[in-house]
Design a binder for this molecule. Structure first.
Ligand code: ADP
Ligand code: MG
Length: 225
């Protein structure tokens, strides 16, 4: 089966002044749809770099990234931006909600960026998916961390993506709240999405169907249950 996303022999070298940082050293992976994947590893092992390359937020220094079989280096920057908007939803540790906008307005934002119609029923169905309809008119600072992250997940789902990429989404949350967030991800996986989550938390990673471990820019383990 052809993967939804694949990376082949990805290397990433950052330049910090005269110093070179070899963040990824030849990573090859394939992700199918659906999938529920944890990426684990110590700080500085390249997890964020890998996720950003998979999500077309950053470019690899060498190697090939394919989405639905199409190599990204064969299409225009504009086409990549469109692909990212339509296929991929991002979730971050710091939530990145807009403080002046209500929950509903935050969730509607990607639709505005994609010049799509904002339909109230659609927004409410997204809030329903993450069980937060009762906070629809609240501002982010009126929410708990777990609630903010669920709003961020609803926002990531607004454009009906095939892939959710989450970078330490529970890094600021307590254990119980983190478990709830992982249950939301599992539900999305069961609905057919490819969910890839970077996490420090080994216990949470065990909930995933596949665990990939990075150390020092290399994959040292890739286990599927
Ligand atoms: P992780 O997410 O696993 O903590 P990262 O992907 O953030 O790891 O970083 C991998 C390595 O690349 C680290 O050594 C980090 O310092 C370095 N790095 C990450 N981003 C940059 C950047 N923008 N410029 C220079 N070095 C970077
Ligand atoms: Mg990181």
């Amino acid at each position: 089966m052809r993967g939804l996303i694949s990376v082949e022999n990805i290397e990433k070298i950052y330049h910090r002044g005269a110093e070179k940082v070899h963040a990824l050293k030849g990573v090859t992976l394939q992700f199918n749809q659906p999938a529920f994947v944890a990426i684990v590893g110590p700080t500085g092992s390249g997890k964020t770099t890998l996720l950003q390359i998979i999500g077309c937020l950053d470019r690899a220094s060498s190697g090939v990234v394919r989405i639905n079989g199409t190599p990204l280096n064969s299409i225009s920057e504009r086409a990549i931006v469109q692909l990212r908007r339509e296929k991929i939803g991002f979730v971050f540790q710091q939530f990145f909600l807009i403080p002046e906008l209500t929950v509903k307005e935050n969730v509607a934002l990607p639709l505005l960026f994609s010049r799509k119609k904002v339909d109230d029923d659609h927004i409410m169905s997204l809030l329903h998916m993450v069980d937060i309809t009762d906070r629809a008119e609240h501002l982010p600072n009126q929410l708990s961390g777990g609630e903010m992250q669920r709003v961020a997940i609803a926002r990531a789902l607004a454009n009906d993506p095939e892939v959710i990429l989450a970078d330490e989404p529970t890094g600021n949350l307590d254990t119980k709240t983190s478990k709830k967030i992982f249950r939301v991800f599992e539900t999305l996986y069961l609905q057919g999405l490819t969910v890839i989550v970077v996490t420090h938390n080994e216990d949470l990673a065990k909930n995933c169907k596949r665990v990939i471990e990075l150390v020092d820019g290399n994959i040292i383990k890739d286990e599927t249950k």
